[in-house]
Design a protein around this ligand. Structure first.
Ligand code: SAM
Ligand code: SF4
Length: 333
């Protein structure tokens, strides 16, 4: 099979696709409360999503993560997942996975497992009901906890992703860690990124460098670095006491670009070959141009040929150089 190799000899094996810009939450670091969403015709249809993802699988992508917005609020999305299960069955796709806020998991977890999904990431920043409502604005913690229960009952392995926010969930570092250990879930902390126009209000909480978080964690646990490299911005440690895996995603401070194996597609079919850069190419045009996939595959190859060497986020300057004007919910986290 012909594989996608970028100009820096990195093989592209991991595709992340945002299937909607809509969401039933309004997390303060992600969206403004009165978000304007895209008209439906701008979005890739479920059939187009299938064609697009299948084309990437044909070009050697073996891991597919679906994100959003909230992927599980996209109408008919189970049809898409069920369609993708044929690539799992054929062996071409090794992993089909999902990043979700968990609100709809009680409804969808069994069907996701039946479609061949083995693991999911659930975003959860706090275990305090009041704080949860504050940070997500529209989210309700009990609903998400029910969703996580349903996912585990369906046999899905759950990893919790928590955005690290100084003055917000700093005091929950150990509570969150212990809660995940009790439920046999891994936990990954994400450094907050400057994304999109999220309104003028004060952000709840602030930048909390994960190096500081790690030092605090080391006060109670013995941290062992794991050699695991997923080709992305996450680094992992194991807690000797609980055997739990803790991840740190530091897109702003860690130089992970040399091993980058991934590309992202927005819900409108734009491909971003680097999370930290604005450069992108359109795949929706080629996708809609013909029923055949030749123009699409050419456009994919041309986009990969433009994948930059690295990103240029930088918090240390006064101006937030590298600040993204697009929303995380558009590109997918
Ligand atoms: N709605 C789903 C969810 O929340 O998991 C999927 C999409 S969401 C954009 C994906 C991830 O991006 C979530 O874990 C969220 O916490 C994270 N995220 C959103 N805005 C962020 C920001 N400004 N900085 C860091 N992470 C962010
Ligand atoms: Fe929705 Fe996820 Fe963004 Fe929160 S982080 S508003 S759940 S897309």
């Amino acid at each position: 099979m012909e594989h996608l190799i970028d100009p820096f000899a990195r093989a592209i094996s991991y595709l992340r696709v945002s299937v909607t810009d809509r969401c039933d939450f309004r997390c303060v670091y992600c969206m403004s409360e009165n978000m304007q969403f895209l008209p439906k015709k701008e979005l890739l249809t479920l059939e187009e999503l299938d064609r697009l993802c299948s084309a990437f699988v044909g070009l050697g992508v073996s891991k597919l993560r679906i994100t959003g917005g909230e992927p599980l609020v996209r109408r008919g999305i189970m049809t898409f997942f069920e369609g993708m299960s044929r690539h799992l069955e054929s062996g071409a796709l090794k992993e089909l996975t999902l990043t979700t806020n968990g609100s709809q998991l009680a409804k969808f977890a069994p069907a996701l497992a039946a479609a061949g999904m083995k693991r999911i990431n659930v975003s959860l920043d706090t275990l305090d009901e009041t704080k949860f409502a504050e940070i997500t604005r529209w989210g309700r913690l009990p609903q998400v906890l029910k969703g996580i229960d349903a996912a585990q009952e369906a046999g899905l392995r759950v990893k919790i992703n928590a955005v690290a926010l100084k003055g917000f969930n700093e005091d929950e570092l150990f509570t969150l860690t212990e809660w995940c250990a009790e439920r046999d879930m891994d936990l990954t902390f994400i450094e907050v990124m400057p994304m999109g126009d999220i309104g003028n209000e004060n952000r709840l909480g602030q930048y909390w460098p994960l190096a500081d978080l790690r030092d605090t964690l080391a006060e109670n646990y013995t941290l062992k670095d794991l050699p695991l490299n997923t080709g992305g911005p996450a680094r992992y440690v194991e807690l000797a006491e609980t055997k739990q895996k803790i991840g740190f995603i530091t897109p702003l401070t860690h130089n992970f670009c040399e091993s980058c194996n991934r590309v992202r597609i927005t819900c409108t079919g734009e491909i971003y070959t680097c999370l930290g850069q604005e450069g992108h190419s359109d795949l929706r045009g080629p996708l809609r141009a013909t029923e055949g996939n030749a123009p699409l595959e050419d456009a994919i190859r041309a986009a990969i040929a433009l994948k930059p060497k690295g990103h240029d986020f930088d918090y240390s300057r006064d101006r937030l150089d590298g600040q993204m004007t697009r929303h995380m919910s558009h590109t997918g986290g």
